[in-house]
Design a protein around this ligand. Structure first.
Ligand code: GRF
Length: 221
């Protein structure tokens, strides 16, 4: 009944706490994906040593060594293909990907963004949510398409914005939620419960609303 576990690469540029959440989830042999590669555009990305200590293959391909963005992404693509990767998870990967690369991995590449999309795309989402007076904030996992933070939404989680919140306190609560959301979203894709089709997220018949089966709304609400 069980098909093989999907081979996953996580792309990082920094600390890699979401990467760690995925690695930890995949320790369970019944989880439908295994993290087989962590790839970074920065040799000094903290997450690389964390992944290495967890026994996962790591590779840094610094973008500085390439003439064009296309050349760099082609090197990433070659590394992913050589590792027989099925699914790519962007986890704090801080470089825009080329249209060709995105097209090649479309439907098989997901990202986590620290806001309730389609609000607050791009950087500084927590500061902007506070400045806008939001009472609810959160995080989103979505399929990656050519436009940044635009792809079809897979799962979202929310936290209440508390009256004394500053950027750091809000970021801390959202990050804790991200660490629940990302493994949940990868599980749905790797198990076939969700896929991207016709520019939309399509759930299989036995999934009605992922928020009903996985309580992803923070208790702080
Ligand atoms: C996370 O907030 C994620 O949503 C965003 O970048 C941050 C990466 O954090 N895309 P980490 O490296 O996973 O700790």
């Amino acid at each position: 009944m069980n098909s093989r576990r999907k081979r996953v690469a996580v792309l990082i540029s920094g600390r890699g706490s979401n990467m760690s959440a995925l690695i930890n989830a995949a320790i369970d042999p019944t989880y439908p994906a295994e993290i087989t590669l962590v790839l970074s555009n920065r040799e000094d990305a903290q997450g690389l040593s964390v992944a290495d200590e967890a026994g996962i293959a790591t590779r840094a391909i610094p973008h500085g060594g390439f003439k064009t963005r296309d050349d760099h992404d082609a090197a990433f693509d070659a590394a992913l293909t050589a590792a027989k990767i099925d699914i790519v998870c962007l986890a704090g990967y801080m470089r825009l990907l080329t249209a060709d690369f995105v097209k090649r991995w479309q439907g098989r590449m997901i990202n986590i963004h620290p806001a309730l999309l389609p609000s607050f795309k791009g950087l500084d989402s927590h500061a902007r949510a506070l400045a806008a007076g939001c009472r609810i904030h959160g995080a989103t996992v979505h399929f990656v398409t050519a436009d940044m933070d635009e792809g079809p939404i897979i799962v979202q989680g929310a936290v209440a914005v508390l009256k004394d919140d500053d950027e750091a306190s809000l970021a801390t609560r959202v990050l804790a939620l991200e660490h629940q959301l990302y493994p949940a979203a990868l599980k749905m894709i790797a198990s076939g419960a969700v896929r991207m089709s016709g520019g939309a997220t399509v759930f299989s018949d036995d999934v009605t609303n992922p928020a009903q089966t996985d309580p992803l709304i923070s208790p702080a609400c």
